[in-house]
Ligand binder design. Structure first.
Ligand code: NAP
Length: 337
């Protein structure tokens, strides 16, 4: 007698940014669950990061956030989609700097426009497959809207608004069916980003200690995230929740003064925290990097008031304990090389 031995059909998770920090962590976590197949998107399937994902069992597929047709093809048959956008690539890329100059806009504003455009491309393509997505099947990495949460006072935290203006704002406005299946995952500070502003994150003092220097007041509680280790676990837990909720993915909530002290103890080095002025932070960014200093100094000011999360009520790892026994969140105690 014939028996049906076909294995159950796997759910297909499509991961944007799979070769990066956030998407890579998510892809690796779901690859460990045999119920999921993972389709990893990248512009370059031959890169070492893409080949490593392939070796782990991911189906690596070429797609570009600036090419909507490539996204529509990449999303076909998706049960779930993880979305992330990268503000800082168009911010730093020399060709983007040249394009911004030709348009007469700052590289900060230019990168906001790219992030919004790419985010909308993701949303538009995902809307085309919304019917086939699971009830909670659109997981988006985002940040709070500085413009809205500050009551219109802060209009230049571009790397926050570039995310919030699409996820959730644009999706809510234009794609209600997709919006019903969406979960918004805000992310805390990545200590691993210290290399873009070394004189602010880890300012080496003459006597050998490290000083963290931001315009944020020392005890203002801030979310911190070990992105590579913890993003995947967090999103895995989110996938088991009902849709329509917003989260803060962070392992440690601490003021910068406490954070850098703990970091120093962990790494066996002396540390201190100094609240500096906006202009000090711009100067610390170094010559030619003023726009970077300005963008991050605006964020630090926003972090003080109304707060990194904009004062929003966001669920945390604590609220996910019931759905995930494997949620191991820590801080990012990365060592300065
Ligand atoms: N640093 C922090 O403290 C912090 C805190 C909160 C939020 N964030 C946000 O985190 C985001 C960056 O996330 P991440 O660290 O995961 O970035 P990442 O490690 O630089 O990875 C970026 C990913 O995006 C993909 N990508 C970029 N442009 C693409 C395009 N045009 N088409 C297709 N794929 C594209 C890249 O893929 P390929 O290159 O392989 O194509 C890569 O996989 C930023 O927007 C930042 O604002 C950062």
């Amino acid at each position: 007698m014939a028996t049906n031995t076909a294995p159950p059909k796997k759910k297909l998770l499509v991961v944007i940014g799979a070769t990066g920090n956030q998407g890579g962590s998510v892809a690796r976590r779901f690859l460990r669950d045999p119920r999921y197949a993972v389709r990893a998107l990248t512009r370059n399937p031959a890169s070492p990061a893409a080949l490593a994902l392939s070796a782990l069992g991911a189906d690596v597929v070429a797609a570009d956030l600036d090419e909507p047709a490539s996204l529509r093809a990449a999303f076909s048959d998706a049960s779930a989609i993880f979305s992330v956008t990268q503000y800082w690539e168009p911010f730093f890329r020399p060709d983007c700097r040249a394009a911004a100059a030709a348009l007469g806009v700052s590289c900060r504003r230019y990168a906001y426009d790219v992030e919004v455009r790419q985010g909308r491309n993701i949303a538009d393509a995902a809307a085309g497959v919304a019917e086939g997505l699971e009830e909670n099947g659109f997981w988006v990495s985002t940040l709070s809207s500085a413009r809205e949460c500050s009551g219109g006072r802060m209009t230049e935290v571009y790397h926050f608004d570039g995310k919030a203006d699409v996820f959730p704002r644009y999706v809510d406005e234009w794609w209600p069916e997709l919006a019903r299946k969406m979960s918004c995952v805000h992310t805390g500070y990545f200590m691993t980003s210290w290399g873009i502003l070394p004189a602010s994150y880890l300012n080496k003092q003459a006597e050998g200690s490290y000083q963290m220097r931001f315009p944020t007041r020392p005890d203002r509680v801030v979310p911190h995230l070990d992105v590579n280790a913890d993003m995947g676990n967090f999103v895995y837990a989110v996938s088991q929740m009902p849709p329509g909720k917003a989260y803060m993915c962070a392992g440690t909530f601490a003021g910068f003064e406490e954070y850098i002290q703990l970091w120093g103890e962990k790494n066996g080095v002396k540390t201190s925290y100094k609240q500096v002025t906006f202009d000090d932070m711009v100067a610390d960014a170094g010559p030619g990097q003023e726009d970077l200093g300005i963008e991050v100094a605006h964020m630090c000011t926003y972090t003080d008031d109304p707060g990194y999360n904009g004062g929003m009520e966001l669920l945390t790892a604590e609220d996910l304990k019931a759905v995930s026994l494997f949620l191991l969140l820590g801080a990012a105690w990365v060592r300065p090389e």
